[in-house]
Design a binder for this molecule. Structure first.
Ligand code: F6P
Length: 363
């Protein structure tokens, strides 16, 4: 039976979003359904007229998969339940979104988001009786109940390549190179890229560090005869005294950023090494997706449509044991996934002699 479904991207962009959209478009077409792309996350439903368009499989050939970003646009601002108005007040605009969704006549919607987006979108879906399925995406890789989220693999590849590119300069100039990476409160990007990129020190928010330990490692590297060292710092790492490094943006929201400069300065101060700091920033989000992100995104997009065909809603597609499965969205939101002390990669890093800034005992 023909259906009319919607798809939107929400939260920060990342590599692989277009591959999800492409897969959902082709799978819907094969089932004889119409699929509509909603512009700019839920913001497309907060304007008059609502911003959406029918997605044609002819516009979604393989080339679109190579592109970073999202052809639908997205937003990580403006919670519809407390939407910032021009007069400075906050207004509940959830009803407008639900009304517009119903006006378009969509039977279900695929939302591609992270845990923050899912919490808001699920509340909207419940309030409006909207059939929703979720596709996990985030470079932070912090969504629970899935072994992979779209965008993480690419972010790690970019961070690893950054280390590959910093190393020659570090070695040529006898320097310590500090690389600050994103990840919000989870250290997955730093830990994964740090191991893959041959870092000497990896600092993540989940493992408290001491500057003494970091500097001891840098000194021991230099004493071993090597003239350079590589340090990876995750953005949510705090100062040794526990202060967060944040930047306040024009919208008043604070985001992490800048801890790399603090760590770099402290290393120079204690070791006398010449240190340079690179803050990788949004470069981690915008590059063409890796093959792995393209594959996961494609499998997720297909399965999301299949879930709608099966009438299974309020679920998130997930990656488990080399397959796509689906889990209740509620469980995925609740099961926030940061780096655990017994993580295989924590043990791997320590066993490789990489300092995590604590006492670095290998069990
Ligand atoms: O959640 C993805 C992420 O890139 C985080 O790693 C980072 O802290 C944040 O978004 C940056 O947000 P913005 O794009 O608003 O600067």
């Amino acid at each position: 039976m023909s259906k009319k479904i919607g798809i939107l991207t929400s939260g920060g962009d990342c590599a692989g979003l277009n591959a999800v959209i492409r897969a959902a478009v082709h799978r819907s077409h094969l089932l004889g359904w119409e699929i509509y792309g909603i512009k700019d996350g839920t913001h497309g439903l907060l304007v008059d007229p609502p911003q959406y368009k029918k997605l044609d499989p002819n516009d979604f050939d393989g080339n679109i998969m190579r592109r970073g970003g999202t052809v639908l646009g997205t937003t990580n601002k403006g919670n519809p339940f407390a939407f910032p108005m021009p007069d400075g007040t906050l207004k509940d605009r959830s009803g407008e979104i639900i009304d517009n969704f119903k006006k378009i006549g969509l039977e279900a919607v695929i939302t591609i988001g992270g845990d923050g987006s899912f919490a808001i979108l699920r509340k909207l879906a419940q309030q409006g009786g909207i059939n929703m399925v979720g596709v996990p995406k985030t470079i932070d890789n912090d969504i629970g109940c899935t072994e992979a989220s779209v965008g993480f693999d690419t972010a790690v590849a970019v961070a690893t390549e950054a280390l590959d590119r910093l190393q020659p300069t570090a070695a040529s100039h006898d320097r310590v190179m500090v690389l600050e990476v994103m990840g919000r409160d989870a250290g997955h990007i730093a830990l994964t890229a740090g191991i893959a990129g041959g870092a000497d020190v990896i600092l993540i928010p989940e493992i408290p560090y001491s500057l003494e330990s970091v500097n001891k490692k840098i000194k021991s590297v230099m004493e071993s005869g090597r003239n350079f060292a590589l340090v990876v710092v995750s953005e949510a790492v705090k100062t040794e005294g526990g202060e967060k490094y944040e930047v306040e943006y024009t919208d008043g929201q604070k985001r992490y950023g800048g801890i790399g400069n603090y760590i770099g300065a402290k290393i120079t101060e204690a070791t006398g090494s010449e240190t340079r700091v690179t803050n990788l920033g949004h470069v981690q989000r915008g590059s063409p997706p890796t093959y792995n992100d393209r594959l996961i995104a494609s499998a997720f997009g297909v399965r999301a449509v299949d879930l709608i065909a099966e009438g299974k809603y309020d679920r998130m597609v997930a990656w488990k044991n080399r397959s796509v499965v689906d889990v209740p969205i509620e469980e995925a939101i609740a099961a926030y996934q940061d780096v655990q002390p017994d993580d295989t990669l924590v043990h791997t890093a320590r066993a490789l002699g990489i300092s995590l800034g604590d006492n670095d005992k290998v069990k």
